[in-house]
Design a protein around this ligand. Sequence first.
Ligand code: GMT
Length: 380
Amino acid sequence: MKVGIVCYPTYGGSGVVATELGKALAKEGHEIHFITYSQPTRLDFFSENLYYHEVAIKDYPLFDYPPYELALASRLVDVAEHEGLDLLHVHYAIPHASAAHLAKQILAKKGITIPFITTLHGTDITLVGKESSYEPVVTFTINESDAVTSVSDDLKKETLQHFNISREIEVIPNFIDLKRFKKQKKDHFKKAICPNGEKLLVHTSNFRRVKRVQDVIEVFNKVRQVVPAKLLMVGDGPERSNAEEFCRRTCGIDDVRFLGKLEAVEEVLSVSDLFYMTSEKESFGLAALEAMACQVPVISTNAGGLPELNQDGISGFICEIGDLDDMAKKSMHILDDNNLQKFKEGALNRARDFDVSKIMPLYEELYHRVIEKSKTSITA
Ligand code: GMT
């Protein structure tokens, strides 16, 4: 198959999922064309089946806001026509689904039929999509997509609750490449950060408000009163400077390190003992899955789809959003040397359910189905 994939290239879990999916499909022999405004961060190597087409956004003094959606739709028309694409798969509804819908209409006028699939990832539904400035377009383009997937049951439920949806939504969860995300031997690194055998706690995110990063620091402050521990904060985003300032005031910078964005986050996860995902909204929690794959148990909230990933009492624990005492109590239970190994194994076992080899075929099967259906609707 020849598939055009649209995503946000540099920011957020949806871009990571889209890029990893494209890479996995390319390995299976499919021809994958990424169409976006810059090269996806994880697409940094050569493969004969992978292509990248940049969307050029022309500025003009009249445009306070250059119309990216139109530039994207035009590029989709161009790539679909010249590369002979069979299908478009857009990740994150806004504005990708409406651009794909427009491209499909333009191509139809040229006698080219191309179906498009929309994958809902999270804030395109739970935050941004619900806003009245986007809701009518999101509803329309979900209904007009040839297939729609969501990354968890909870996100599907929320979509059906808040939008007037007249079509089926299929759930295909996030996935992980266990060949890349696995515990590596990095003892020297652990020794450097935890010279006295402290436990290492970790959080990775894009430091947006929904992540409630301050909760991580407050829980850490409670835990380290009982268990010697250090905290690593990985990633970057709008709340990072507030979080650093909060640390300076409450715990001193020696025990907490802010590492910024990391290419090889699996190296840090490999030496970590406990991962925190304290979000108030989280459709799936890809970062938690990455931690589990590296044998790191997870303390998560019960937001969104997190209970579909984190198995309470097995791969970690699930706590109410903002219940910091409970998070601290459960952290200490996991960090107890009598329990830690069992939770590490529980985390890895759970991650195995989401290995790319199990999830990627679900997309492949969906692609075949959608392409076949669109062919039969032409001949009918
Ligand atoms: O919040 C992010 O990390 C970005 C956001 C996105 O769509 O780019 O992530 C969402 O998609 C990920 C991949 O499907 C999910 O694993 C995240 O749970 C989800 N984030 C939220 O719902 C807040």
